[in-house]
Design a protein around this ligand. Structure first.
Ligand SMILES: [Zn+2]
Ligand SMILES: [Zn+2]
Length: 338
């Protein structure tokens, strides 16, 4: 077994060969990892922004794999099943889990932070985290179904409650989250304005379906106003955080809603309360996906409505992949193949 271990915060993770103990408890499932997504959250974990992370730990929480063994009491899965996992194992008992909001479960165990993750050949999970993958969905599509496309379904459909015909501004539109948000907002029938800091990414974002692509520079607010007849957009999906927050807030129409899903600089922002009140805007955060979101994301992928835009690195090239992400060089999600 080969795995990427984080042993100490702020130090590069290490690739380690070892023989783990694979005994399974009730409900547990062993997966052969087919593909794993690299998330900005992994970079923040390495930097120590999640200080409760249990070191040493195998990183990786975006998981597509094949069942190779099941523990006692597992009823929903058998060896050979192709599966996608939530980014965490929900407790299954709390009020959030019982009401279908397991993404808010306070007892959830997050891969790569509380329990060993998927930057490895094999990962151990519980059947509560798993959904079967339709035959027509590739490991690439399955690997982004929890933290990218499923999370975005939660953000756009359930938190922002976008309606057909509404306008949506997406920041960080060339990134792994942003470019799939462009696709999903189109699937949901919206007019999509996509903002990026990188001129080189404009064509790829446009190809992904954006109606307008603009640079997230000082002209962004004026451009958005111009493109919306002076009104601003109904919804902002803020996938960047502090660097674009102030501008994207001013892009909102009266009554407009913002959903924040990214926080790349981990710094605070100023919120002009007068403006929020005057324009009756709302700002919401959201995290992860529920099993229903994961299932719907896989279905939309099977139907060809969501198409993974990805770059695959071998697991051994983890350091190159992380550097590429840090430099914001890649378009779409970076995946690691063990
Ligand atoms: Zn993630
Ligand atoms: Zn729970």
């Amino acid at each position: 077994m080969r795995a990427v271990f984080l042993k100490k915060f702020k130090e590069p993770p290490e690739i380690v060969d070892f023989e783990p103990d694979w005994s399974l408890s009730i409900g547990e499932v062993l997966l052969e990892v087919e593909m794993s997504g690299l998330c900005y959250r992994d970079l923040l974990t390495v930097e120590g922004y999640f200080p409760r992370t249990r070191l040493p730990i195998i990183l990786g929480h975006e998981i597509a794999g094949k069942v190779i063994a099941i523990g006692e009491g597992v009823t929903g899965f058998k060896p050979g099943d192709r599966v996608a996992s939530l980014t965490y194992i929900p407790c299954g008992k709390c009020r959030y889990c019982e009401s279908g909001n397991e993404n808010l479960c306070k007892q959830r165990l997050t891969f790569g932070e509380d329990i060993n993750g998927s930057f490895a050949n094999i990962v151990k999970t519980h059947e509560r985290s798993l959904i079967k993958v339709p035959d027509s969905v590739t490991p690439e599509g399955a690997a982004i179904a929890a933290c990218v496309t499923g999370m975005l379904l939660r953000a756009l459909k359930h938190v922002a409650r976008v309606k057909q015909g509404e306008s949506v501004l997406i920041t960080g539109a060339g990134g792994g989250v942003g470019i799939h948000a462009v696709q999903l907002a189109k699937v949901l029938g919206c007019r999509v304005l996509a903002a990026t800091s990188s001129r080189e990414k404009v064509k790829r974002i446009s190809d992904a379906g954006a109606d307008e692509v603009l640079l997230s520079d000082d002209m962004m607010v004026d451009e958005v106003k111009q493109l919306t007849g002076g009104d601003g957009v109904d919804v902002v999906l803020e996938a960047v955080g502090q660097p674009t927050f102030g501008k994207s807030l001013r892009c909102l129409a009266w009554g407009g809603r913002m959903v924040v899903v990214g926080n790349v600089t981990v710094s605070s922002v100023e919120v002009p309360l007068g403006l929020i009140i005057l324009k009756a805007n709302s700002i919401a955060g959201t995290i992860a996906a529920t099993k229903n979101d994961l299932e719907e994301a896989l279905r939309l992928t099977a139907e060809g409505k969501l198409k993974p835009i990805i770059t695959v690195y071998p697991l051994e090239k983890i350091h190159d992949a992380m550097e590429r992400m840090r430099q914001k060089e890649s378009v779409g999600r970076i995946l690691l193949k063990p």
